[in-house]
Design a binder for this molecule. Structure first.
Ligand code: UD1
Ligand code: CA
Length: 478
């Protein structure tokens, strides 16, 4: 197969999305819609990918640098759009795709090019036979079955009544001989019902040289699913998600409930990963072999090592090593690293903090801007006061440190190796190696308090008897 130039038409308005965001930048499984046909073209071995963008180039910033962008100054039709890319046609095959048809597969593009090259044709249409062909252009053939042309059916007038009965439709995707395409596109007119330059009108022009047009059948009509509004966006997302999830299952991950599992296109999963129901893996998240994520966990750009678990938690921008346990109900924020065997437990928030090997933050804590060494136990309700209203400060915790419950660490502060803190301490000064830091008022016990209080109450009553005739709130409250 000769590597094709792939042109993706993407200059349409997308008004039916009713959005401030251009249609092709709406995401499907973590990628903007336009990235889907681009990825398919790349995987099909395209030598060059050209995106036909609208004026102002709204798509350029979301495309990889190796994608060429050309501008169609006015949306005058699909034929006019492809012509905007004509300087990039070589002598080899040129494939035309649509930006708003995101589910086209690389294999389909490659086999379309192969079909085109295996016979002597000047263009090959990707065609499909549909039970309901309404809205699509129809493939018109002669008695011998040769493709003559494609007629449009969107508005009455372009197609005859007889042509309206044809069930073979134009998917809108084609391969052309690059050497002849540019000149043929120059000859298309716009004398039709919509006053547009129709790309399919290039086919009869190409045939004028005595050459033939091929038609290659599309097997799965899902691949031409066209997104024009948000209902279709949701449906395309379901289909794309199903593809992603099935690929992970075939590669050795268990998805307990694939329908309730969201996995973005760039996520990678190791062997024997288990994804429990209600889990969403976003961005560049990767999960190592044997780890279990969920139920009900959300991970954004998280690296998880092997044999770790993340249960009922929200985790973003975090590195989790091997045999780590997270949750239930942990909130882990960017810059956090949990080393091998570490634990972040229930109702724990950790931000921009390194938790050393086998160290545990099991319950009800906020740890921000801290470094924790190895084999520490951070007691329930240990809180770092990392912000003094002006700047963030770091808390340094050595190895084998045990903070007791309800410890407040007012940063900047350091707990050296092998230290302890007393329950309820507000630690404002460094605790040296091997020491116990206690910082709380000493307890005073007042002996006989209860009896004295009782005595006072009775005495009070005889001096100031309750006025039963008064029903004011004040009296009752006394
Ligand atoms: C087109 C085909 C039709 C085919 C159908 C399959 C034409 C005239 N008709 O119809 O035979 O059955 O696709 O879906 O080609 N675009 C531009 N610039 C333009 C016009 C369109 O970039 O000036 C882009 C749009 O963003 C869109 C795509 O081309 O992604 C298709 O255009 P559209 O006008 O929707 O064509 P259809 O009527 O669907
Ligand atoms: Ca369309």
């Amino acid at each position: 197969m000769t590597a094709p130039v792939v042109v993706i038409l993407a200059a349409g308005q997308g008004t039916r999305m009713r959005s401030r965001t251009p249609k092709l930048l709406h995401p499907i499984c973590g990628w903007p819609m336009i990235a889907w046909p681009v990825a398919a073209a790349k995987a099909a071995g395209a030598i060059k990918i050209v995106v036909v963008d609208a004026p102002g180039e709204p798509l350029r910033a979301s495309l990889d640098d190796d994608v060429t962008v050309v501008v169609q100054e006015q949306a005058l039709g699909t034929g006019h759009a492809l012509r905007a890319a004509s300087e990039h046609f070589g002598d080899g095959p040129v494939v035309a795709l649509y930006g708003d048809v995101p589910l086209i597969r690389a294999e389909t593009i490659a086999s379309l090019v192969q079909a085109h090259e295996s016979v002597d044709v000047v263009a090959t249409v990707l065609a499909a036979t549909l039970d309901d062909p309404s809205g699509y252009g129809r493939v018109v053939r002669d008695q011998q079955g040769n493709v003559l042309k494609i007629v449009e059916t969107k508005k009455p007038g372009d197609a005859t009544e007889e042509e309206m009965l044809i069930h073979e439709i134009n998917t809108g995707m084609y391969v052309f001989d690059g050497a002849l395409l540019g000149a043929a596109l120059d000859q298309i007119g716009n004398q039709n019902v919509q006053g547009e330059y129709y790309l399919p009108d290039v086919l009869p022009i190409l045939r004028e040289g005595g050459r033939s047009i091929g038609a290659s059948p599309l097997e799965d009509p899902l691949e031409i699913f066209n997104v024009n509004d948000r209902r279709a966006l949701a449906a395309a997302t379901v289909f794309a998600q199903r593809r992603i999830n099935e690929a992970h299952m075939l590669a050795g991950a268990t998805l307990i409930s694939p329908e309730s599992t969201v996995i973005d296109a760039d996520v990678s999963l190791g062997e024997d990963v288990i994804i429990e129901p209600g889990t969403a893996l976003h961005g560049f998240t990767s999960v190592g072999a044997g780890s279990t994520i969920g139920p009900h966990s959300t991970l954004h750009d998280v690296t998880v090592g092997n044999d770790s678990t993340v249960i009922h938690s929200y985790v973003s921008g975090v590195t989790i090593a091997d045999e780590v346990t997270v949750g239930p109900f942990s909130y882990l924020r960017p810059g956090t690293e949990l080393h091998d065997g570490a634990k972040a437990g229930a109702f724990v928030e950790i931000k921009n903090t390194e938790v050393g090997e086998r160290s545990k933050v099991p319950h009800l804590s906020y740890i921000g801007d801290a470094t924790i060494g190895e084999d520490c136990n951070i007691g329930a309700s240990t809180i770092t006061g990392n912000y003094d209203g002006y700047a963030k400060h770091r808390t340094k915790i050595g190895s084998r440190v045990h903070t007791s419950v309800d410890t407040t660490l007012v940063a900047p502060v350091e707990l050296a190796d092998d230290t302890y803190t007393g329950a309820g301490s507000v630690i404002t000064e460094d605790v040296p190696e091997g020491a116990l830091g206690i910082a709380r008022p000493r307890q005073t016990n007042i002996a006989g308090y209860t009896a004295k209080a009782l005595l006072r109450q009775t005495a009070g009553k005889t001096v100031q008897p309750v006025d039963k005739s008064s029903d004011s709130d004040h009296t009752r409250a006394d």
